[in-house]
Design a protein around this ligand. Sequence first.
Ligand SMILES: [Zn+2]
Length: 343
Amino acid sequence: MPPQRRWPLTTPQNPRVHAYTSDHHRLPLPSGHRFPVSKYSLLRERVAAELPQVQLIPAPPASEGELALAHEPRWISAVLQGTTTDAEQREIGFPWSPAMAERSRRSVGATIAAARQALDDGVAANLAGGTHHAYAHKGAGFCVFNDVAVAARLMQAEWHRRHAGPLQVLVLDLDVHQGNGTASIFARDPSVFTVSLHGARNFPFRKEASDLDVELPDGCRDEPYLEALDATLVEVECRLAAQPPGLAFYLAGADPHEGDRLGRLKLSAEGLAERDRRVLEWLRLRRIPVALSMAGGYGHDIAITVALQATTIALAWQSWQAWGGDFRASDRPGAAAMEQSAP
Ligand SMILES: [Zn+2]
């Protein structure tokens, strides 16, 4: 288990990073179900107890109009009205219930709120989300709606109302499974650059083409993983040189960890923390605001998964502090030019 760490207390002069929750809306599952749904409330309780510098906020539900930015109307109404077929529920892996529909909307709402907050002050998080296997027309692999896809499209629309020019978005998906739903939704959309660093032999077995896919072999350990990450970030910088991102979504899955049931990689707790540090530092140095989602994590011992995710949140808080708390959209390269050309 990662060592317990103590972080400085918050004072009125030292306000708090925002993290949004949706676990109050409990996902009812049959007993013995393999999805570790308890991890969300355990993470919220752990963050509340150990990280007072994180402000926990229950998320509002995403509206049908917001969901329609990334999902087909038929899929939205099937989930919200309970008309999904047995086959569709099997592909998701959860039985439908009103609570399942409500929780799915709230999980998207949490990523929307985190993205909006990140555009204000640099860094914010969803203590769930990262439901990257959901396509426009269906759910899959424990994912009902695609939180990042909806939030990316909504932030672009909100940006248009306030600024001239487009909002380039970067999706950095470091969950161990490929972000196939996200890649599919943005396949023909150059304004959202999708990156997925994942296990080559893991689910989904039919992968989609992201803008940048990096495949890792089974058993990959810290050093080659972090080398692949560094090379990926260099490549992203090259590919987006002409249109620097104004917002990033970081899917900080805990499932590359060596203790994961489904991950097939062998990262240590320190390796995962170093991954988060490098990503958050890379984004901060480029003044790219970031909304984190927790994505996957299926430890043999779920307490270890929760500890890993709590460390990610602590590192997000550290990064947020380093942003300086005086973030303005015009601080960013690219954004300043856009604002100058606004009418
Ligand atoms: Zn995963």
